[in-house]
Design a binder for this molecule. Structure first.
Ligand code: AMP
Length: 306
């Protein structure tokens, strides 16, 4: 099973209480791809600039991620600068430079057209929509967005939401889209805009899956915890890594049952927890399947009642 993902591939400058890193490899599609690659085949669509070299590409290659849809364009790659000095659960953005993404026309390689799963990682909703429309044959579409697009690109974002089966966002974003501070009411309002499933991430407090309108019954709402970590080095990419674990696990299943959705929430939490342990993509690059299985067991032990 294969997932095609479109989203940012970027350089990030990050400051956290644990330190500062200049221009490390980042981007929503990067974290998503690395994380999902432990569960299924991943094919990426993005654009990078002349500052993206073989060292960066080898990070994708080492995980067997298909980069035929990673276009090179004259100019600089997407750049993001953020910090978490006051709140480790929410990045403060200092700078966003779209650079080569500003004029990106996504082209989907023919080899990607048999993908059954599509993930629209965080990027301009106009680009997300174009890729969605160009892949009408996919079975399941999930996506993400952030305050940057919710605030000033609302109309384009609503068009994307209409075409999604699953939306993954953090709780601040859910409240912002809905204009409602109550999480359950906000979730219902967001699902009213299109997605049948909504995953709301709560940073260090875990994530909630909403499905359907009876948002308080166990059948329709499920919460997975986050792993209490001794030290959060860098939360950048935790949300995208969660999405990669969640959607990658779903894509790896023969049948997508309610149980598969619940386990996917745990695999999402597993991958999000790893992403926080080192700066940038460092931890995901060193990870093994055995590490993932051991941590999944740790999550079971953390939540088991009897
Ligand atoms: P996360 O911490 O999982 O929400 O995602 C962090 C990643 O999102 C970073 O690697 C950034 O490069 C990327 N990012 C930040 N702002 C944007 C934006 N406006 N559009 C797309 N990607 C972004």
């Amino acid at each position: 099973m294969a997932i095609t993902v479109v989203g940012s591939v970027a350089y990030d400058t990050i400051e956290t209480p644990a330190g500062r890193r200049e221009r490390c490899l980042g981007g929503a599609a990067t974290y998503f791809s690395l994380s999902a690659s432990f569960f299924c085949d991943v094919r990426v669509i993005a654009v990078v600039g002349e500052d993206f070299g073989p060292d960066q590409e080898s990070v994708f290659k080492a995980r067997n991620i298909d980069t035929r849809g990673l276009e090179r364009a004259p100019g600089k790659s997407f750049f993001w600068e953020g910090s978490y000095l006051e709140n480790l659960n929410e990045a403060k953005t200092h700078n966003t430079e779209l650079n080569v993404f500003a004029s990106f026309e996504p082209k989907i390689p023919a080899a990607y057209s048999d993908s059954d799963f599509l993930f629209l990682a965080n990027i301009d909703p106009v680009l997300q929509k174009r890729v969605r429309d160009a892949m009408p044959g996919v079975k399941l579409v999930a996506g993400d967005t952030m305050n940057f697009w919710i605030k000033d690109h609302r109309a384009a974002l609503e068009k994307v939401l209409q075409g999604l089966d699953i939306l993954l966002i953090n709780d601040g974003e859910a409240r912002m889209i809905a204009g409602n501070n109550n999480l359950v009411q906000a979730a219902r309002a967001v699902m009213g805009l299109g997605p049948r499933f909504l995953v709301v991430k709560h940073g260090e407090y875990g994530a909630t899956l909403f499905h359907g309108s009876k948002s308080n019954s166990g059948e329709h709402t499920f919460r997975a915890p986050a792993l209490p970590l001794e030290q959060v080095v860098d939360p950048t990419g935790a949300g995208d890594s969660f999405a990669g674990g969640f959607f990658g696990y779903l894509a790896s299943q023969k049948e997508i049952t309610p149980g598969a959705f619940r386990r996917a929430m745990f695999y999402g939490s597993v991958m999000g927890s790893f992403a926080c342990e080192r700066f940038g993509t460092e931890r995901l690059q060193q990870l093994t399947r055995a590490d993932i299985d051991a941590r999944f067991q740790q999550f079971r032990d953390l939540t088991h009642l009897d």
